[in-house]
Design a protein. Structure first.
Lengths: 290, 290
């Protein structure tokens, strides 16, 4: 059953049970990445920060038995269209799973289950006085911030966006953003500030209104760790969308554990992928970023 | 309907222990999970006497047509399970089988009395892939250990006692026979195969736990021959598991002498795989005995 109402900002959306077949509707080059879309005939609108498990209907298993498991992808955008909900995903071909997804063609079948996991929370839930949001993303990790920015703006909440890229081929996620008011950083200096995007965040947090924003971050582990540390130092509320290898996406395999600050673990698939920065000691989790 | 140890089951497909967390899945999929519950009985994750956090990450590694895991049996311990998980699991529309593991006869006794004494629990599965701290021997690798454990446990409960065998032995038949001599009502096999993976680049062990267990399609041929041998040797029902992903796979296991089949890794790829495999199995012609 397709949910009829849009989720409230920050509300976790429950997935239909089981996997379902979607049709790929397009696959566009975007720098060194691809942005592909699938039409989900039976799913709800996802909340920003949630993810889907994806596997192509054909050619999954390659010629050497991989990819075998479905792959977790944050949704980069979603929109109601004739026949269902269009889901957009950003992919960089780095391994057997991402390589197969990167070559999907319009008309091909895509197995999905989702939307899964804990989405981004509304700014007022992240920081008591937060009037606005600061979104900071790096590389492939900018994807969930694109849909989050749109959902925030639709709710009338101002969002400042800081994006960082290693170089031009790795800036393919920029095309997910249709706005001009983005501050950019690049390690090679091809666009915006030369250096890390976290340097832009440092400048912003030094401003006099730093305490009035909630920070949302997604990117490589080192970037997330820098954001976590900066926000902790300045007592700024932040949420991190994290990544670690997952087999199932719905809490079955217990494989995506990350250590918590007081000890013990949470499963990133059901208790994340979005977590509060103060829940963890470090965002540098062994195995993440692979 | 399928009769199993006095239980009337809707179909012959259940889950392998530790491959489906019904409580987490209900968070992800809502109450549709209960309406379309994929298994005809639910086997819990293994419960130990005291709480366990599980192994440090990384916990997963994808292999050709398989999955290597090193989860480390995270669980709330017996008291936490009985007070927090059992009430929720009792809402499932199918009989509940509780998997338990101890490192001594006394620990197993405490677990079997504690869980077996609850009306919500239909049967118990003994996970014997662990050492007896007194002898240092893995209980499931030694016929004498298996027999003496069952002899100690059998008088403590009238509920069906299942014994989950490890495949990491030269021949599982003497161990299955010893368990049945000790009073086991059913045998389930196979658990995962002990295996390791190396990190790309460094050549160090990838898994946080060092070694792990291999599951998925790549182990099905091994499971088939072990199920066939055990089913021919023991007079009690056998639950077959190991890489079952289709009704045809299930039919082969039943042809090899299994009464029930259990699905694990395939559920990670397709959350409703249990229902699909049961439906496919109903349409299968009986397989030739393996």
């Amino acid at each position: 059953m397709t949910a009829t109402r849009a989720p409230r900002l920050g509300e976790r959306v429950v997935a239909p049970f089981g996997r379902r077949r979607c049709e790929v509707t397009r696959n566009l080059a975007s720098g060194g990445y691809r942005i592909f879309s699938a039409l989900d005939p039976a799913g709800p609108m996802p909340a920003a920060g949630q993810f889907y498990m994806l596997a192509s209907e054909s050619g999954w298993g390659g010629d050497g038995g991989r990819p075998y498991l479905a792959r977790a992808f944050s949704v980069a955008d979603a929109a109601r269209e004739d026949g269902g909900v269009r889901l957009d995903f950003l992919v960089q071909a780095v391994g057997p799973g991402t390589s197969r997804l990167a070559t999907l063609e319009a008309g091909e079948g895509l197995w999905i289950h989702g939307p899964l996991g804990q989405p981004f929370s509304a700014p007022s839930q992240v920081a008591e006085d937060a009037a606005g949001a600061v979104l900071i993303g790096g590389g492939i990790g900018v994807a969930p911030l694109a849909i989050w920015r749109r959902q925030l703006l639709a709710a009338g909440i101002p969002a400042r966006v800081l994006l960082g890229f290693r170089d031009r081929p790795n800036s393919g996620g920029l095309n997910l953003f249709d706005c001009s008011e983005i501050r950019l950083a690049s390690e090679d200096g091809h666009t915006g500030h030369r250096g890390f995007v976290t340097e832009l965040l440092a400048v912003l947090l030094e401003g006099d209104d730093a305490g009035s924003a909630a920070v949302y971050a997604c990117g490589p582990p080192a970037m997330l760790e820098a954001v976590r540390g900066m926000c902790a130092e300045r007592d700024v509320g932040c949420e991190l969308a994290m990544e670690t290898p997952m087999a199932c996406g719905f809490g079955a395999c217990f494989g995506c554990a990350i250590p918590l600050k007081p000890g013990g673990y949470i499963r990133l698939c059901v208790d994340g992928p979005v977590i509060r920065g103060d829940q963890i000691e470090t965002a540098l989790v062994p195995g993440s970023g692979h | 309907m399928t009769e199993f140890c006095g239980l009337e089951l809707r179909h012959p497909v259940i889950n392998g222990s530790g491959t489906f967390d019904a409580i987490a899945a209900r968070r992800a999929f809502g109450d549709q999970l209960l309406d379309e519950f994929p298994f005809s009985a639910f086997v819990s994750k293994t419960i130990t006497p005291e709480p366990r956090a599980g192994n440090p990450p990384p916990r997963l590694w994808e292999t050709p047509s398989g999955l290597l895991n090193s989860i480390g049996l995270p669980n709330k311990g017996l008291d936490g399970f009985l007070s927090r998980d059992l009430p929720e699991l009792a809402e499932l529309p199918v009989p509940l089988i509780v998997s338990v593991m101890g490192t001594s006869h006394d620990q197993f006794a405490r677990l079997v009395e504690g869980a077996g004494g609850r009306d919500e629990v239909a049967a118990l599965e003994l996970n014997v892939s662990c050492p007896n701290v007194k002898s240092g021997l893995i209980i499931g690798e030694s016929p004498d250990e298996a027999r003496s454990l069952l002899q100690r446990i059998r008088p403590l409960t009238e509920k069906p006692l299942l014994v989950k065998l490890t495949p990491n032995v030269a021949d599982p038949v003497p161990i299955a026979e010893a368990a049945v001599e000790g009073g086991a009502d059913a045998i389930s096999l196979i658990n995962t195969l002990r295996a390791a993976a190396l990190a790309p680049g460094s050549g160090e062990r990838w898994l946080g736990g060092g070694t792990g267990g291999l599951s998925g399609s790549s182990v099905r041929a091994i499971a088939l021959v072990q199920v066939s041998a055990v089913a021919a040797a023991v007079p009690v029902p056998v639950i077959a598991m190991g890489g079952i992903s289709t009704g045809r796979d299930a039919a082969e296991m039943i042809g090899a002498g299994a009464k029930l089949v259990a699905v694990g890794t395939e559920t990670f790829r397709d959350p409703a795989a249990g229902s699909r495999i049961a439906a496919e199995l109903a349409g299968e012609s009986p397989a030739v005995s393996a």
